[in-house]
Design a protein around this ligand. Structure first.
Ligand code: GLN
Length: 540
């Protein structure tokens, strides 16, 4: 039996949380005993998200096999608790590139290559390529109905619906108009009409809104959009996104989807998920965590998704420990302008990844503050590189120590290019050329990280060009820094720690990419636990 396909399409506006809807449906179907995978389609020309500015695009998600992907794949992994490969992200650029490459190689045998059927066929082939032994493939089409960019994808989705068992879901937004005191359905009606113009009549409409939907509004959507009232599914704002599968379950959404395909639940298994949500909502202790990074501010607003995997990893660890995390993001230049005192209120500090010089002196000050005041500190990728620089400067007396990324003439290049990277950069080959994807590490006996992971061999995902310079390892270790995990050949420093501190751990990897709601990252769990031991600990 082949897989069944569920297309998730957005209406009215972007940023509605289609990724969470997709992930939540996936979780529900999984809980009924079915095998699920998910695909994200991004209608941009870029081959992947790797060359995009973090402030522009939000976080770049890294897959096990080294893909630099739209962050929605992160949501899918966090909810479905499984690895998804990079081919589960399809972009317009990938589609056109392969059609053009085939044309250049005479792959169309002298015929002209056309949008219909060649681009459409390429899209269909790529969607079907992820099927494997899954029962369901969820296909989230980025953008909004009416966008020129996603028309070809909707066309391909409609064709696939005639060839394989498929249903279509439209996720829309219902604004609450204060002056009339009600949720308005007109934008949803118009989005459904735009979708029908592409030949697709949605099987379900999922209504995002800041409150519950009442019966008259459901009735209206049902009538105007030609779907059963029971297939209008509410998706009101929740305290946590992890509640959405439960909200859908209450509306029997999973079972309704199954019955569209003539299926029944094989089992029902959502208890662990529910317990974790209960933990989150019923936590009786609080930890206050500061995330000090380079990309927090964006114009007048604060970025919500530039460090999303880090924020979610904190929440996973906290839910597991039945603690409520209050997380604040702090732009690192603010430390340079306003001083370190603004960090005194936190039980622990995380420094996430980043690129380039701006704000790094604020980060280095932050790490010094944590080290000197025994504040729990977790450094991730750039965060580890900055911790090495701080330690070299302040403890080993290497004045002006730096990474060659920010100061090519530093007297102490404690962080430096990997040799093969130099060549790539000379050739301006920036796309998909970092050290990417999962790499193994060996953890030293008797260290904090070994205790936390409980294993000698671990694997985490990477995305960087620079490394701890091997020429300085001995000197740094003499001063008391412990490289507690290395690559199996011992040439690359993957983890470091300071043994006499409450929690001072950093890694060259991005453990946040392995953290899932049902299986948190050991490093984040250890970090949150040590934040709980801070003297000012608050009880709710
Ligand atoms: N800029 C650093 C490097 O390329 C760190 C990258 C990151 O934090 N992901 O090595």
């Amino acid at each position: 039996m082949g897989a069944k396909f569920i297309f998730i399409i957005g209406g009215v506006l972007s940023g509605l949380g289609k990724g969470i809807v997709t992930s939540s449906i996936g979780k529900l179907l999984q809980s009924y005993g079915y095998k699920v995978t998910a695909v994200k389609i991004d209608p941009y020309i870029n081959i992947d998200a790797g060359t995009m500015r973090p402030t522009e695009h939000g976080e770049v998600w890294v897959t096990e096999d080294g893909g630099e992907i739209d962050q929605d794949l992160g949501n899918y992994e966090r909810f479905l608790n499984k690895n998804l490969p990079k081919r589960n992200n399809i972009t317009t650029g990938q589609i056109y590139l392969s059609v053009i490459n085939r044309e250049r190689a005479l792959g169309y045998n002298g015929k002209n290559a056309e949008v219909i059927p060649d681009i459409i066929n390429e899209i269909k082939d790529r969607i079907r390529a992820v099927e494997e032994d899954n029962d369901f493939v969820l296909v989230e089409i980025g953008g909004t109905t009416g966008d020129i960019q996603n028309e070809v994808f909707l066309y391909a989705a409609r064709e696939l619906g005639r060839e394989i068992p498929s249903i279509y879901l439209l996720v829309t937004y219902l604004p609450f108009l204060k002056n009339v005191g009600e949720l308005k359905t007109k934008p949803t009606q118009q989005a459904a009409a735009l979708l029908r113009a592409t030949g697709i009549v949605p099987d379900f409409i999922i209504t995002r809104s800041d409150r519950r939907l009442d019966d008259p509004r459901k009735e209206k959507i049902s009538k105007q959009c030609f779907i059963d009232k029971g297939n209008v599914i509410e998706d009101p704002d929740c305290e946590t996104v992890y509640e959405v599968p439960l909200v859908f379950k209450d509306q029997k959404f999973g079972r309704k989807i199954l019955s569209k395909f003539g299926l029944e639940p094989k089992e029902v298994d959502l208890q662990k998920w529910k317990d974790l949500v209960d933990n989150m909502k019923g936590a009786d202790k609080v930890v206050k965590i500061g995330v000090v990074g380079k990309y927090v501010s964006y114009g007048n607003s604060e970025h919500k998704d530039v460090y999303i995997s880090v924020l979610e990893a904190i929440k996973h660890a906290a839910a597991n420990l039945k603690v409520k995390p209050i997380i604040e993001q702090i732009q690192s230049t603010k430390i340079e302008d306003e001083g370190i005192d603004i960090l005194r209120k936190y039980d622990g500090i995380i420094v996430p990844g980043g690129f380039g010089k701006s704000g790094t002196e604020g980060i280095i000050k932050t790490i010094k503050f944590c080290r000197e005041n025994n504040i729990p500190f977790l450094g991730l990728c750039y965060g580890m590189q900055m911790a090495v620089i701080e330690f070299a400067r302040d403890v080993c007396g290497m004045d002006g120590a730096n990474t060659t990324e920010n100061d090519p003439n530093t007297p102490y290049p404690v962080i430096d290019f990997m040799p093969e990277q130099k060549e790539l950069i000379k050739l301006k080959q920036y796309g998909a050329t970092m050290r990417l994807g999962a790499y193994p590490a060996v953890l030293k006996e008797g260290t904090k990280v070994r205790e936390l992971y409980g294993e000698e061999f671990v694997s985490e995902r990477h995305r960087h060009r620079y490394e701890v310079n091997p020429e300085y390892i001995e000197q740094l270790e003499k001063c008391g820094l412990i490289f507690s995990g290395t690559s199996p050949d011992k040439t690359l420093m993957e983890f470091l720690e300071l043994p006499d501190k409450r929690f001072f751990v950093a890694t060259q990897a991005h453990p946040e990419f392995h953290s899932r709601f049902e299986s948190p990252s050991p490093l984040f769990k250890g970090f949150v636990k040590s934040c709980l031991q801070m003297p000012q600990q608050k009880v709710l």
